[in-house]
Ligand binder design. Sequence first.
Ligand code: DHB
Ligand code: FE
Length: 311
Amino acid sequence: MSVKVFQTEEVQNLLKVAANLEGEKGHARARAITHRLLSDLFKAIDDLDMTPDEVWAGVNYLNRLGQDGEAALLAAGLGLEKFLDIRMDAADRAAHIDGGTPRTIEGPLYVAGAVVRDGISRIDLNEDDDAGPLVIRGTVTGQDGKPVADAMIECWHANSKGFYSHFDPTGAQSEFNLRGAVKTGADGKYEFHTLMPVGYGCPPQGSTQQLLNVLGRHGDRPAHVHFFVTSDKHRKLTTQINIEGDPLIWDDFAYATREDLIPPVVARTGGKALELKTDAYKEIEFDFRLTPLVQGKDNQIVHRLRAVVEA
Ligand code: DHB
Ligand code: FE
């Protein structure tokens, strides 16, 4: 038999005191958010008639998620990170900010501290027999289409096993393999010489994958390359490009794929002259169009815990 207690005075009082909603001490915003989240949880328990076993399974799951260090992975997998993008897109539309390269999620695998090179950087530091050479190049422009000098493009992606350096469980990669940063000159041009990535999959024994299994979902992403693009006079852009043709492009467990972020992959020759490992190589041309500061401020800076390594 289902009982409903959420609206009782006893429960409503419990929520208020648990969050110290009407208190003076602590942080007012934290009290308000805690009260709301706890209320929504209590209401869901009531509405769905969750059993104590189900509630404790959830509590124990959170413990394991923390032990695995996977909370930010789960945030991507449950669409929370995509939801924040949807909100930022809507805020931009409301402020009539348009014409920029679309944003998409950062994901949890960025590492700060890569060396910054002028215009061009070779970022495949480790050999990878299963990956062919890839050149990613283009121009950073403003909304007016004019090149932006002194922009910084940071780039990071997975190897042919779908693993990112610094987070690679096999330990096969050196720090900053397949991670780099380039500063543009007056022509706004950037170029990364790298190797073709393969799609990432959640750690198969981890708590993110455990929940996805229960939901009947996979935990895989199509092959992709991440970017941060920063410039003094523009808002920071956080985005990714997908590798065209990947079968998971529209089945990304982190929901990061967007129509304008799938540039063509072109087969080229002449790689030897560029000191690539084979003469045949793949090239992706992708331009970044930045949007201006809002009242002199960059409202796209997101603070989150990120790995930092001294290069
Ligand atoms: C995750 C991994 C990624 O490589 C990425 O880009 C986004 C999310 C993740 O494990 O959640
Ligand atoms: Fe990624």
